[in-house]
Write a protein that binds this ligand. Structure first.
Ligand SMILES: C[S@@+](CC[C@H](N)C(=O)[O-])C[C@H]1O[C@@H](n2cnc3c(N)ncnc32)[C@H](O)[C@@H]1O
Length: 221
């Protein structure tokens, strides 16, 4: 995909790695297809990815098998009902329950989450006439009230440009509710919305929109 983004203040996987020791166990809540978790396998002793979508878990398990990642496992679920305790829990662009995360962690265990911000892709949402009723997905209070201290809480809202029409269509098709309120995209059905987007947001560089993200690193007290 041909896209550009202005510099951002953190890289999620690096933040997770900075809080992982090679002797640690970690759980990824809402792991999806498992690609990101598998990239961390050299940095931990044991990794478990959970996701309520059984197809995603099947895909992730197959990838782990192909890559012979013996210290990475995947199972269907949201983390609820797991008795094991982990040194670190992570969650990228997926729902979670602070109380469940707290229970899954060892004392002083870390929780790292990156969430899509409520103002993400404003120009696209306007063109597609999606009315955002969202509020900030995370904030320090929800952690402080659930037995955590907050090590880091940051957000960025930066410019994101999709530079050609093929990339624009590919990108719109790949968007999901977590990123945009989108629940499916169809190039023919949504032609008026695409035209509105081109009218309002096309620059000499491509279609300009924004990427809004939050990062939280919380520690179990
Ligand atoms: C946008 S994807 C993110 C996947 C992966 N974390 C990543 O960064 O690529 C969101 C994932 O959250 C999962 N999900 C949906 N509801 C969930 C819940 N209540 N608890 C945990 N995960 C959930 C979905 O099945 C999906 O795989």
């Amino acid at each position: 995909m041909n896209t550009t983004r202005t510099a951002v203040p953190w890289d999620y996987s690096s933040v997770v790695r900075d809080h992982l020791r090679t002797t640690d166990s970690a759980i990824d809540i809402g792991t999806g297809g498992g690609e990101r978790l598998l990239e961390l396998r050299a940095y931990a002793r044991r990794l478990l990815g959970v996701d309520p979508d059984a197809d995603m878990i099947l895909q992730a398990s197959e990838l782990a098998r192909q890559e012979r990642a013996v210290n990475v496992e995947f199972e269907v679920g949201t983390g609820e009902g797991i008795d094991e305790r982990f040194d670190l829990a992570m969650n990228r662009h997926a729902p979670f329950e602070p109380g469940v995360v707290h229970r899954l962690l060892c004392p002083s265990g870390f929780f790292v989450t990156q969430q899509v911000g409520e103002n993400n892709m404003t120009s696209v949402r306007l063109a597609f006439q999606l009315v955002s009723t969202r509020s900030a997905p995370i904030g320090p209070e929800m952690f402080l009230q659930n037995g955590f201290s907050v090590e880091r809480f940051e957000e960025y809202d930066t410019s994101f440009t999709v530079r050609d029409i093929d990339s624009l269509i590919f990108w719109l098709q790949a968007l999901d509710m977590a990123h945009s309120d989108f629940n499916g995209f169809d190039a023919q059905r949504d032609v008026d919305a695409i035209n509105r987007l081109l009218l309002t947001s096309l620059s000499s560089e491509g279609v300009v929109t924004n990427e809004h993200r939050y990062l939280m690193v919380a520690v179990k007290k």
